[in-house]
Ligand binder design. Sequence first.
Ligand SMILES: [Zn+2]
Ligand SMILES: [Zn+2]
Length: 286
Amino acid sequence: MTAFDDPTATEEGFAELGNEVRLRVLRALSDALRDDDGLLSFSELRDRVGYEDDGNFGYHLKRLRGSFIRKTEQGYVLRARGLAVVGTIFAGTLAEGEHQTATVDGECLFCDAPLLVEYSTGQLVVRCSHGHAVLSNIYPSEGAGHGDLDQLVSIVGTMTAQQLELARDGVCSNCYGEMTPTIEVGEVMDYRFRAACIRCGMQYTTPVGMAFTRHPTVVSFYDRHDRDPTEECLWELEVSQPEAITRHSGESPRFCVAVTLADESLELVLDDTAQVVRSERTSRAN
Ligand SMILES: [Zn+2]
Ligand SMILES: [Zn+2]
């Protein structure tokens, strides 16, 4: 059951928040959580919010109680939903961001052309002049890293790698609904990873290996070669390259993502829902 099935349930929640005093209450309680034990008495809370009328202030608190704040014997404290509201406001999820563009190191995964990063209205895209996107994701306008696009690209790259990990496990990081991961025939690449949320419509389309940069087998393989894939640029990793995947001969439908570092290769055999069936490491020396 979601707010889309029963809009009144969430609309009432939002209606309680459509008031500056109540938002200031949530902010004061989040400050208290950051600086101390998170508890504020009625009068401490009223002083921090800068409100004079006791009766009216009590009314505002009453409207927030239950859903967003909790009253205990020691005072008022933020509930998880209240903390989520404060997080959304600080992240600027609903705010307009300023438009920024810059060139970025590295080259396009699909055509080797130079790359450009563009940020506008809550979305970051790294693409080449032919329109191939190597990274594209939602990122709120007050998130960390603004003012420095290189840092922003690095944060969104890390975040995307983690979200792809969740997507492979069938979880949408936008609404926490169910995602269906698949390997399918691509257009600019032979095979691609695709995961779509059956609820909110969020979707990822990437080279297959790019969805595996946080997989333990891949991380430990890089570690054997003194590298940490979590510290490197997502689209420059060998495993992320579109040509790393091939159709596995024999059994079907099976795919194989292969990475070679120095004299050693790692092969991940995948089924068509992007789950690892088995993995194998081979050394050229043997
Ligand atoms: Zn390109
Ligand atoms: Zn979703």
